[in-house]
Design a protein around this ligand. Structure first.
Ligand code: ADA
Length: 579
């Protein structure tokens, strides 16, 4: 079928390529444990009997009939992948949360075997997937697409909207690749919001890739607003010698995000963020959440009067971003890293693997108008000298790849003094400081705090002391967000005395937290921890009843806890923009 829309994206991405979705069906499956012989793609193997706790390698296999230049797009394989066509290795990838492609040229038009060896095994080679407070699942967990390309193709078209002289413009960049064995003159034209331009012509040597840049004015473009999320298709067409070789369609929205005078401005208006942290996790599906369930999650978030979601702690399935674009739900998307100590950051693979993740994230997701901020390095060693080097490197990379959005990073290292004068200063180890030393690096300062849960301080006092400390330690003049706040509750556990883990205790602490956030004029908003309960890795089970992080406002099946109505009411009282 030419240009299909299925479960890969919510819209058609080409009119010329022959596309076949390889997901949405059962593949042959083999593993050293259990008796499962076929596995739905996408899914997590942990949902199958015998594989619930399996860490190791499994093999997924299917067949396809297509020839020529073939492009396989994997939206997510968790978390090592080796891809073979007819027993020849065509690509490898690390990281569950970023897409990758494999191209094979001049394939015979007959039936072939596609085999993917997938491993979710932890090892020293894996710096980002480690036993953590969320599960690193196993399997082909997102969609797979096969495309037939001609002699050249468009790898991406990046569109960055901006206002000039009261008109919407867009900066454009398209990368083209010559798949043929001969040099080629290639020409790219772009159409967007009723306008078209010829981006330029390049000569490509055999196998060469080049980026072509340009700019377009779109006088009729309507602004993308949260309550009127107008989306536009951008279509890039590649021609050579008068023959059309390829087209690629993506979607964008005309809006600007800036930071000024301690505020985050969305189309010039100061945002108030009413957000949730959401892990890709579900009691029935693991991280392979079907698109209709994603849409239900967004409907629940909207019902809660939230206006933002944070993709803690990794890039999300692009389908979720498509839905956020359509619904006008703001997204903080972040690179993959949670809670790494200095020692973990010193893993020799850490820097490369995290930078790869950032590059793949921005490369694939840059056009989504709902993404208003990029994040990285949640709760890592921002209180150390070596940590600072890594923070600088990653925040610089986010900015280099996309200067049009602000950056942030969620810290958990305030100076000890915020806990009160009676709290003694820790004796700093070599290279370690009393508190975060990276607040000067991002555009927006963010802190994760747990008043009344991990820290014995009332929420309002906690925030007052923290904002003062942030101002004195590099954050002056920057917008400030509470990127996590919350408390645990086991669904269905009630206590008249509000005991720990009861829905009543969670409700009380969340109520106090939100009231304190919105009463504090120095804070631009909040991402509650967290949307739904979710499974954690074995290593975390000691402090996680039911092997789950139970701080969801809904449980793993999206059943609301007591705090649901409190959040709904308190978020409902706050406008998305301050005047
Ligand atoms: C941290 C961390 C989250 C989660 C949370 C908790 O702030 O960023 O991933 O682990 O704590 O539930 O304790």
């Amino acid at each position: 079928m030419k240009g299909m829309s299925g479960i890969i994206r919510t819209f058609q991405t080409t009119t010329l390529r022959h596309q076949v979705e390889l997901s949405g069906k059962y593949w042959n499956f083999s593993s050293p444990v259990g008796d499962i012989k076929s596995m739905f793609v996408p899914s997590c193997w942990e949902n199958s009997p015998g594989l619930e706790r399996y860490r190791g390698t499994c093999v997924h296999e299917t067949t396809f009939k297509m020839g020529g230049n073939l492009r396989f797009v994997f939206k997510g394989v968790s978390f090592w992948a080796k891809v073979y066509v007819d027993n020849t290795l065509i690509g490898e990838h690390y990281n569950a949360y970023t897409p990758f492609e494999c191209i094979v040229k001049n394939v015979l038009d007959e039936t072939h075997t596609l085999r993917v060896e997938v491993s979710n095994a932890f090892s020293d080679e894996s710096a980002l997937h480690v036993g953590n407070d969320y599960r690193s699942w196993g399997g082909i967990t997102r969609g797979v697409m096969l495309e037939q390309l001609r002699d050249a193709y468009i790898r991406y078209v990046h569109v960055t909207p901006f206002q000039k002289n009261g008109l919407w413009h867009a900066a454009l960049a398209a990368q083209v690749e010559n798949l043929s064995g001969k040099p080629m003159d290639a020409e790219v034209s772009i159409s967007l919001a009723g306008e078209s331009i010829r981006l330029g012509a390049v000569t490509l040597a055999a196998g060469e890739q080049k980026e072509i840049k340009g700019e377009i004015v779109c006088p009729d473009a309507q602004t993308y607003q949260l309550d009127a999320p107008k989306l536009y298709e951008v279509r890039a067409v590649l021609e050579s010698g008068g023959t059309v070789l390829d087209d690629l369609i993506d979607r964008m929205g005309f809006r600007e995000v800036t930071v000024s005078d301690g505020k985050i401005l969305f189309n010039g208006k100061p945002l108030r963020i009413k957000g949730f942290n959401r892990h890709e996790t579900h009691g029935l599906f693991g991280c392979a959440i079907p698109v209709d369930v994603m849409a239900q999650d967004i409907a629940i978030l909207k019902d809660l009067n939230a206006n933002a979601v944070r993709t803690c702690h990794y890039p999300n399935d692009e389908l979720f971003l498509d839905l956020c674009d359509e619904q006008g739900l703001l997204v903080w998307e972040e690179g993959h890293a949670r809670g790494f100590t200095l020692e973990r950051m010193q893993n020799p693979h850490f820097r490369t693997q995290s930078l790869d993740c950032i590059r793949e994230m921005i490369g694939a997701h840059q056009n989504h108008p709902s993404i208003f901020i990029w994040g990285c390095l949640n709760e890592c060693a921002s209180d150390t000298d070596y940590g600072r080097e890594c923070y600088k490197e990653q925040l610089d990379e986010l900015k280099r790849l996309d200067p049009s959005r602000p950056t942030t990073t969620a810290s958990c290292h305030p100076g000890h003094e915020i806990y009160g004068e009676e709290t003694p200063a820790p004796t700093p180890a070599a290279g370690m400081h009393d508190g975060d030393i990276c607040l000067d690096l991002p555009d927006v300062v963010s802190f994760n705090i747990y008043p009344g849960w991990y820290v014995n301080l009332p929420a309002d006092l906690h925030m007052k002391r923290l904002t003062r400390w942030v101002n004195q330690n590099g954050g002056t003049g920057k917008p400030f967000i509470i990127s996590e706040i919350g408390a645990g509750a086991i669904y269905g556990f009630h206590s008249r005395t509000h005991d720990k883990w009861s829905e009543e205790r969670q409700d009380e602490l969340i109520g106090e937290a939100l009231t304190a956030v919105f009463a504090n004029g120095a804070i631009q908003g909040v991402f509650l921890w967290q949307f739904c309960d979710g499974r954690v890795d074995e290593e975390w089970a000691m402090t996680r009843p039911k092997t789950q992080n139970n701080k969801g406002v809904v449980d793993e099946f999206r059943r609301p806890k007591l705090s649901y109505e409190t959040v709904r009411r308190l978020f409902g009282e706050i406008e998305s923009f301050s005047s």
